[in-house]
Ligand binder design. Sequence first.
Ligand code: GLN
Length: 486
Amino acid sequence: MHSLSLKKLRDGIHAGNFSVMEATDAYLERIANFNEELNAFITVTRDSAQAQAVEIDNRIRKGELDGAMAGLPYALKDLFCSKDVLTTCGSNMLRNFVSPYDAHVAERLKAAGGVLLGKNNMDEFAMGSSNETSAFGNVRNPWDTDCVPGGSSGGGAATVAARLAPVALGSDTGGSIRQPASFCNITGIKPTYGRISRYGMIAFASSLDQCGPMAPSAEDCAITLNVIAGLDARDSTSVDRPVPDYTATLNDSIDGLKIGLPKEFFAEGLNPQVGAVIERAIKEFEARGAIIKEVTLPNSHLAVPVYYVVAPAECSSNLSRFDGVRFGHRCENPQDLKDLYERSRWEGFGAEVKRRIMIGTYALSAGYYDAYYLKAQKIRRLIQQDFAEAFKDVDVIMGPSAPTTAFKLGAKKDDPIAMYLEDLYTIPVSLAGLPGMTFPIGFAADGLPVGMQLVGNYFEEARMLNIAHQYQLSTDWHTQVPAKFA
Ligand code: GLN
């Protein structure tokens, strides 16, 4: 069962070959067998999943439910509020938070007849590239359990890579879907900023956060995106623009596709082993009729520094609500109000979150606002313009998702700069608000997976999924699963 694609699972359920309950139990059993080792789930919602499965089986039998996601199990990153389910954001601050409502995407998946298997582990408040900042312990990469799965959606990436769920929703602020997808040999898409409502998704950096599906294939991502994309009045940044059927154009021809390769993405910083795999895949596209052009993103070297002003600034504001009064952990026996705030926040937040709150508060303070925050916003605009220039000449941009393959647990934990550079190629795309995706293209000399990053122009998700799908029709990288989890 666990080797079936979303489409085949759905067809099997609707043909009566197996029930929703059987599909749900098959995945719950895999989670029971493997989660202890991988630590990919913070919460497994076994009882509610089984109850949902009974109900959905009934509704399908009565002909009340026949959508593309009906009966399909899924997992959610633990920053999506899930009604009556623990929602921790990977933090001690929210260790006991049971959400009273569903995030927009959780609501949509539920209404479509999906079955929630559980909540995925993640870097605390989505800050990290290795899943090691989680207050619930690190996640292990199924391809090498001594390695990180990437982050911050590392729990979801490991879940899909080990086939503990057929699809997981992650979030991406600066690379958190694309980099772990690359490390774990799965497909993931971060749509255009505003394509999916952020309502009920615990905020990190609001001008960058966007959620998206992580699954084995582009087709599975398309099926899921169909359910979750679209306008939601509760998120004023969600865009009022028709949602195409992302599965309808998967088989379009990609003949004559103009692919831009940013020369800055193939320069120093890229591990040559990763570069070799990327170059081979580009040649495969060329052999299939694509036209390859070099493009330039001259300000991309400023993206990481800009991000580490903008994202901390926004997080320092977003996370001020966790004060032990309005939200979050409250310390024992506070002496006075100041002590309550200080100790609750001191105890609730981990080191990386504190570092960012301090940087952000500093960058926003009077006297430094112009020098740092405003300056960063100006450079952000230049980065966006670089992409606009590049898209005058090409249809899409391709390059690495991350400079390395999965690294060993602990290898970068005490070196924030090395960790921040993991997102060298994903952050520029986030700052521009453009859609970016990762799909598997093979294995580096160290035996670990490499993902190609594909960047489209605004709202070009259908085209991107089409391109990745065409590649996946004639390659089998995306179907590969580590032997132990096959
Ligand atoms: N790794 C980046 C960070 O630590 C991106 C995280 C994300 O996309 N949520 O901020």
